[in-house]
Design a protein around this ligand. Structure first.
Ligand SMILES: NC(=O)c1ccc[n+]([C@@H]2O[C@H](COP(=O)([O-])OP(=O)(O)OC[C@H]3O[C@@H](n4cnc5c(N)ncnc54)[C@H](OP(=O)(O)O)[C@@H]3O)[C@@H](O)[C@H]2O)c1
Length: 267
């Protein structure tokens, strides 16, 4: 049995379903027989995906377009599922954004948007859906963090810090709610083929040749969640990178990250 089969006949809500890892997660879940609530800002993408998933897998699919940069978006998504009597058994907090460049020259609303989408919306959605799971003594939450969560990343400072937040939030919750039969897991991908780098403005050559496919990452995340893991790093090379740097002084790790991520024009 594939791990995604554990949600057969149940409802999964996936944020950031319009692209990349989120889209791959919906494909994997639908193939395993889960019904889906898809959310992101680009409604047209979601309606196309709905059509494809319904046709290919004969599952129920609902679409709710929402901008998680808006603080009231999680309430709107929650109202959407409540009004339809949808019990969300799996919440996937996947939507995320980043930025690249020197922080002092960055656009403040964009940096604050990273915190809103990657952290506040994750806390808010989790706070809305978790009580029902605890009450039912069953439910799962997957939070997409990053290998960027394991160290400060110069030139992506806000993003990496937001992902450290996601990782620690997920690990703490996982321990807190396991007694209620609720599983929480942080999925930490390394560079992955998606729209992320382009949207964040990361130079293409920085991740070239190191990227995993989104469907590989999605499968690893769902498998780890189903197995009761509290966090998982996607891919052996990414795992090794994180493990090796544990023995190095933190200051050195950040120094090395600065060299790796330094914008080409800074020399
Ligand atoms: N790709 C990588 O290298 C990588 C590595 C580590 C971790 N991650 C994490 O993986 C997750 C998924 O990213 P991805 O790689 O699949 O990137 P992606 O292809 O850019 O997808 C990002 C998703 O988030 C949604 N989103 C962005 N801003 C939003 C907003 N304000 N409101 C609602 N939805 C929003 C986007 O949908 P709309 O634009 O339609 O709203 C899109 O569906 C993110 O949390 C990211 O931090 C990615």
């Amino acid at each position: 049995m594939a791990s995604s089969d554990c949600w057969r006949g149940k409802w999964a809500l996936v944020t950031g379903a319009s692209s990349g890892i989120g889209s791959a997660l919906t494909e994997e879940l639908a193939a395993g027989g889960a019904h889906l609530v898809l959310t992101a800002r680009r409604r047209q993408r979601l309606t196309h995906l709905r059509k494809r998933l319904r046709t290919a897998h004969a599952v129920q699919v609902e679409v709710v377009a929402a901008d998680l940069d808006q603080p009231d978006a999680p309430e709107k998504i929650f109202a959407f599922t409540s009004e339809r009597g949808i019990i969300v058994d799996l919440l996937v907090n996947n939507a995320g954004v980043g930025s690249y460049g020197e922080f002092c020259a960055s656009d403040l609303p964009r940096e604050l948007g990273i915190v809103q989408v990657n952290c506040s919306a994750v806390v808010h959605l989790t706070h809305l859906y978790l009580p029902g799971m605890v009450e039912r003594r069953s439910g799962d939450i997957l939070i997409v963090a990053s290998t960027g969560a394991y160290q400060g990343v110069p030139y992506m400072a806000t993003y990496a810090a937001s992902k450290a937040f996601d990782l620690l939030f997920a690990e703490a919750l996982a321990e807190e709610v396991k007694r209620y039969g609720v599983r929480v897991c942080a999925l930490c991908p390394g560079p992955t083929v998606s729209e992320f780098q382009k949207v964040a403005g990361v130079p293409e050559q920085m991740a070239a040749g190191m990227e995993e496919r989104a469907d590989q990452v999605a499968r690893i995340g769902l498998r780890a969640l189903a197995a009761g893991e509290h966090s998982v790093i996607s891919g052996f090379t990414n795992w090794l990178g994180v493990e090796v740097q544990r023995i190095a002084p933190r200051r050195f790790v950040t120094y090395a990250a600065e060299r790796l991520f330094r914008p080409p024009q800074r020399g």
